[in-house]
Ligand binder design. Structure first.
Ligand code: NAG
Length: 241
């Protein structure tokens, strides 16, 4: 399965890209609330934040740190993600008109509800350069090991469920989810480009389960209803803490 180095990186990069294109912050929501006491009880920014709180951020940060410091395969993957061609690919993706439109809408809705795209900065990882626990040096197990541990800690189905439930409970969140689901054709079009295919090949060469990553993204973002079933047996004696 798996994935998520990239999912995560995509989200982080997106977050960073987002802040870059985000319009200047609007007046604080507090003043809007004062002027409009009849404001609806639902608040998109808070709703989105509460969904994002289910991302086990600290655990992911530890996992990424352990692998980044101690695992050569994972280090190669991170170098690939930070290479110039991959940077260009990311820009190419962010420049897709539908995605730009989506981000503009998202930014507006967040500002209207008292937040901003900075909400995604919470997902940025802070990696320190020394092992937090000495056994990290021996507990890493290549990209496959990372994928396995990531899928073990990331509540994919629960988050998908929460996205759908939230969409039913609030009009703006409903539109948000509809728009996310509506990005599927952009994703398909992007995957079909020569540059994206070359990137997928480079990932495969590095040992990434690209098909698993693809299923993960599709399921998480509502582009597919096929649950991602881990294809391995997790060894519970071999956690990374
Ligand atoms: C997933 O299931 C929902 C509810 O049955 C449906 O509305 C939606 O179209 C399905 N999505 C895909 C990508 O098949």
């Amino acid at each position: 399965m798996h994935f998520v180095t990239i999912a995560l990186t995509t989200i982080c990069c997106l977050g960073t890209g987002l802040s870059a294109i985000a319009p200047a912050p609007a007046a604080p929501a507090a003043s809007a609330a004062v002027g409009n006491p009849a404001a609806p009880a639902s608040n998109f920014y808070l709703e989105l934040r509460s969904v994002m709180r289910n991302v086990p951020y600290k655990q992911i940060e530890h996992l990424v740190q352990a692998y980044l410091l101690n695992d050569a395969e994972f280090q190669a993957l991170i170098r690939e993600i930070n290479s110039l061609p991959t940077y260009r690919l990311r820009m190419q993706l962010l420049n897709q008109p539908e995605l730009r439109q989506f981000l503009q809408w998202l930014s507006q809705q967040l500002i209207l509800s008292g937040g901003s795209l900075k909400v995604f900065e919470d997902l940025e990882l802070e990696i320190k350069v020394l092992n937090k626990y000495p056994h990290w040096a021996q507990s890493v197990n290549g990209i496959g090991g990372f994928e396995q541990e990531f899928s073990f800690i990331y509540p994919l189905a629960a988050i998908r469920n929460l996205l759908e439930t939230s969409a039913q409970q609030s009009a703006v969140f409903g539109e948000f989810w509809q728009r996310v689901v509506g990005l599927k054709p952009v994703y398909e079009r992007f995957l079909a480009t020569t540059q994206a295919k070359a990137f997928a090949n480079r990932l495969r060469t590095l040992g990434v389960d690209v098909a698993g990553l693809d299923s993960f993204l599709r399921y998480q973002l509502g582009w597919s209803n096929d649950t991602v079933i881990p294809s391995y047996d997790y060894d519970y004696n071999y956690g990374f803490y």
